[in-house]
Design a protein around this ligand. Structure first.
Ligand code: B12
Length: 212
C-alpha cells in the first residue's frame, strides 16, 4: 500500500499525466480506500508542490503540470468518491471567485457534494459576484459555495456576499466558503454562514446548513 501511494505522490509532483490515472486505478484494484488515495497520495503531493513553489524550486509550469496530473487521477477516482442512490440533499451553486483560477479544491468539493446527493451547479473559475447572484435570484440554489486560493482574491468572497445582499437575495441562500488561505475567523468577518477546511467537512457543513 505504501509503495503505490508513494508512486502516486511522486507522479503527481512530477506532473506525470499518463502515470497517475493508471496508478490510481491500480491502487483502487489493490483495495486502498479512495479517501486514502486522495489524501495521502494526491493532496499531499499538491501541498508539496506548493511548498516547492514557495521555496523557488518549482515555477508556474511545474504547478500547472502537477495540477493536470492530479486532475487526470481525480477523473479515475470520481465514481468511487460518489455514493450511489442517494437522494438530493439540496442545491448548491459553486465557483472559484473572480480573479482566481484554482479549481482542484473546488472540483473536489463539488464531487463530494454530488456524491452526498446535492445537486451542483458549477460556475467554474474566475466567477464574478453577479453570476452567483443570478443563480440565487432564479431560485436555483439553497447554498452558495465559494472557493479562493489566493490572498488577493479572498476579498471577492466578501464582494459576492455583499452583492447578494444588495440584490436583496442574501436570505435566500446560505453561503459557505473555503480554500487554503481561508479561516473560520475570515468567514465570521465577512458574514459567511460557514467555513470548512476540506471537502469531506464541506459536505458535513452543507448538510448542517440545510438543517440536516
Ligand atoms: C496547483 C496550483 C496552481 C495551478 C492551478 C491549476 C488548477 N486548475 O487549479 C496554477 C499553475 C494555474 C496556479 C497559478 C497561480 N498560483 Co497557485 N497553487 C497551486 C497549488 C500548488 C495547489 C492548489 C491545489 O490544487 N491544492 C489541492 C486542493 C485539493 O486543495 P485546496 O484547493 O486547498 O482545496 C481544499 C480545501 O481548501 C477545501 N476547499 C477548497 N475550496 C473550497 C470551497 C468551499 C466552499 C469549502 C467549504 C472548502 C473548500 O477543500 C479542498 C479539498 O480538501 C497551491 C499551493 C497550495 N498548497 O495550496 C498554489 C498557490 C495557491 N498558488 C499561488 C500563487 C502565487 C499562484 C499564482 C499567482 C502564480 C503566478 N505567479 O502566476 C497563479 C495565480 C493564477 C490565478 N489568477 O488564479 C500561491 C498563493 C499565495 C497566496 N498567499 O496568495 C500558492 C499558495 C503557492 C505558494 N505556496 O506560494 N497555481
Amino acid at each position: 500500500m505504501e509503495t503505490i501511494l508513494n508512486e502516486i505522490y511522486e507522479n503527481v509532483m512530477n506532473g506525470d499525466q499518463n502515470a497517475v490515472p493508471a496508478k490510481v486505478q491500480a491502487a483502487l484494484t489493490a483495495g486502498i480506500p479512495p479517501a486514502t488515495i486522495l489524501n495521502e497520495g494526491m493532496i499531499a503531493a499538491m501541498n508539496q508542490v506548493g511548498k516547492l513553489f514557495e521555496e523557488g524550486e518549482y515555477f508556474v509550469p511545474e504547478m500547472l503540470i502537477a495540477a493536470r496530473a492530479m486532475q487526470a487521477g481525480l477523473a479515475v477516482l470520481k465514481p468511487h468518491l460518489a455514493l450511489a442512490d442517494v437522494k438530493a440533499a439540496g442545491r448548491v451553486v459553486a465557483g472559484t471567485v473572480k480573479g482566481d483560477l484554482h479549481d482542484i479544491g473546488k472540483n473536489l468539493v463539488c464531487m463530494l457534494l454530488e456524491g452526498a446527493g446535492f445537486e451542483v451547479i458549477d460556475l467554474g473559475t474566475d466567477v464574478a459576484p453577479e453570476r452567483f447572484v443570478d443563480v440565487v435570484k432564479e431560485g436555483k440554489a439553497d447554498l452558495v459555495a465559494l472557493s479562493a486560493l489566493l490572498t488577493t482574491t479572498m476579498p471577492n468572497m466578501k464582494n459576492t456576499i455583499d452583492a447578494l445582499t444588495t440584490a436583496g437575495v442574501r436570505d435566500q441562500a446560505r453561503v459557505m466558503i473555503g480554500g487554503a488561505p481561508i479561516t473560520q475567523t475570515y468567514a465570521d468577518q465577512i458574514g459567511a454562514d460557514g467555513y470548512a477546511p476540506d471537502a469531506s467537512r464541506a459536505v458535513a457543513l452543507a448538510k448542517s446548513l440545510m438543517g440536516g
